[in-house]
Design a protein around this ligand. Sequence first.
Ligand SMILES: [Zn+2]
Length: 303
Amino acid sequence: MNKKTDKCISFNLDNNAFRGRIVRVNNVLDETFTRRDYPQNVGAALAETSALGIILADLLKFDGLFTLQIQGNGPISVLVADITSEGKVRTCAKFDEEAMDKAQILRKTEGEIEPAPYWLGKGVLIFTVDQGKNTDLYQGVVDLQGKTLSDCAMRYFKNSEQIDTYLQLYCKPDVNGWKAAGILIQKMPNNGGKENLSDENELNENWNECKILLNSLTADEIFDANLSENDILFRLFHEHDVRIIKESEYFFGCRCSREKLLNTLSSMGKQNIEDMAEDGKITATCDFCGNTYIFDKGELLPH
Ligand SMILES: [Zn+2]
């Protein structure tokens, strides 16, 4: 499997008062869309989900698996991005093509891509961190309210974590599907541990200014291949003492295996297995990477 990586850059502003992340997701999505075909709007929603997932995973210190799952009652019922602490990313979507077409006719913005929540309807965003056996599962949930996925994520941080957060997500058509990008800043509690450095008013003024600067970043700029992530950050925040903290790499990778699928299929019951079989064989395709596995019916039935 080729391992072209995407970078997520961690940075601080104003002497650690604010922290941030910037990511451009090209290679992970290129691999995703080479392997799986999605309608245009599903692809765009999936691209944004992967950028949001990488940013959220990068903010957390964990050893295991981070999952961002978005569920709704709309034409797109599920969007998933799962990311391991080693940087392995995979994404997939479940959707109803006929319902997508109907919703497409009803959409308000002619010729434009509607933001993901439009296609998802009523639902929830769920973040899960699984660090393996004998550890507690960390889970955060927020209602899918707001016009964009970034609105939903910002509300989660505000309500559940009491952290002021500002976030923008971008997506753009690419050769095979979509590429995505995202940038986030957060106001650290207690001025990043340096309470006496500046008074509250100055801090709030700086915060508002950084939000305005972030908001001014256009899709054309963040996707400009001639600009590095560092260039973009210095352009935006040079008056706010931007410092690069670290660079993390993310790459496409699926965790499926013949053995895992065999276990899942075996547990589906004799009748289902009989129904799925064609000429004594059952073919299963991984939703994430598109790999196809073929089983003999006998392998799956209880012996
Ligand atoms: Zn797979």
